[in-house]
Design a protein around this ligand. Structure first.
Ligand SMILES: NC(=O)c1ccc[n+]([C@@H]2O[C@H](COP(=O)([O-])OP(=O)(O)OC[C@H]3O[C@@H](n4cnc5c(N)ncnc54)[C@H](O)[C@@H]3O)[C@@H](O)[C@H]2O)c1
Length: 306
């Protein structure tokens, strides 16, 4: 399947991620079928998609190319590409992919938006596993451009190349993850930083607010335009090596979830939803953070569109 053969895209699961992914392909001119067994979720999806078009100040007539389904076989009848965004449970994903394999041609590309399940586990026992890949969008997919295209043990390189080309053509920034490892690339980087952040708070070096200040007002300011390895090249690898000789032996390297996190969860300190996590929250302060994030991402996405 080459990119030019792809005309019909089916998104399986119309929840948080699925409706945003559907909007991306509608905006790019594709015929989109959206499937969800939950009729309430499915019936709300067109309105939510229309709201994304409004957010960007775009007309929502693209919705005429959207069809919604509760029946999987019908939803993939003409599919050239399926993106699965169903529940993050291996048994459910395997059963969805079994059905997809039964009702699609062997050339139809089957991609999963799993956050953490190995692609090879989902593809196990499914016919033509070479057309199964990961397509890990970030939340919200219509505002965060990255998609990690993950190569499972049996994924074909031609299918990976088609996915990357297609996703780039619809305005995403797709990258090739060459091994099927937990957390792919982005989540491994993100959580490596959080491991050290939690260790610093646990050791009494600073409080959680200070961690957030250091990232937001320090190196976080430049991360959107200067990646970590670019930054090493910028300052020089000789300096980087000298720093690491002192720093690396002192960095946290525990392999279990941190005790502070376990303790917070065991005591119901789950974050904004309970008013306390690593930091304390009121409904107003939590809403302010969410609003700031939304405004920032919308502004950035608008700049990229213009
Ligand atoms: N939420 C995130 O931040 C995020 C980010 C990246 C990836 N993901 C991944 O994307 C996937 C979807 O996550 P979400 O946050 O959109 O979840 P969600 O719960 O909002 O949506 C999942 C949808 O799947 C539907 N569903 C249930 N059983 C189904 C079935 N058998 N066939 C088809 N659909 C079914 C549900 O009705 C629901 O609407 C998960 O694999 C998740 O790990 C989520």
């Amino acid at each position: 399947m080459t990119m030019s053969n792809i005309q019909n895209v089916t998104v399986v699961g119309a929840g948080l991620m699925g409706h945003g992914i559907a909007q991306i392909f509608l905006a790019a001119g594709y015929q989109v079928s959206l499937l969800d067994p939950n009729e309430d979720v499915l019936s709300q999806a067109p309105t939510k998609i229309a709201e994304i078009f409004q957010l960007f100040g775009l007309p929502s007539d693209a919705l005429t190319r959207l069809s919604t389904f509760t029946d999987l076989a019908q939803s993939v009848a003409n599919a050239d590409l399926v993106i699965e965004a169903g529940p993050e449970k291996l048994a459910v994903k395997r059963s969805i992919f079994n059905e997809l394999a039964k009702h699609t041609s062997k050339d139809c590309i089957l991609a999963t938006n799993t956050s953490a399940i190995p692609i090879s586990d989902i593809a196990q026992g499914i016919s033509h596993p070479e057309r199964i890949v990961g397509a890990h969008f970030w939340n919200p997919p219509h505002l965060v451009r990255l998609v990690e295209v993950v190569q499972g043990e049996q994924s074909s390189l031609a299918v990976i190349a088609t996915c990357i080309e297609l996703l780039n053509s619809v305005g995403m920034k797709s990258v090739h993850v060459k091994r099927d490892i937990p957390g792919f690339i982005g989540n491994r980087l993100q959580h490596a930083m959080k491991r050290e952040a939690i260790a610093l708070v646990s050791a009494g070096v600073c409080d959680a607010e200070t961690i957030d200040d250091v990232v937001k007002h320090g190196f976080g300011q430049r991360l959107a335009v200067l990646g970590p390895l670019e930054q090493s090249d910028l300052v020089g690898l000789d300096l980087t090596l000298d720093i690491y000789k002192t720093l690396f032996p002192t960095l946290d390297n525990t392999s279990q979830p941190p005790a502070l996190l376990e303790d917070n969860v065991a005591n119901g300190r789950l974050g904004m939803k309970t008013g306390q996590g690593f930091r304390q929250w009121t409904p107003q302060s939590a809403e302010q953070v969410k609003q700031n994030l939304r405004n920032f991402l919308v502004e950035k996405a608008k700049q990229q569109l213009s």
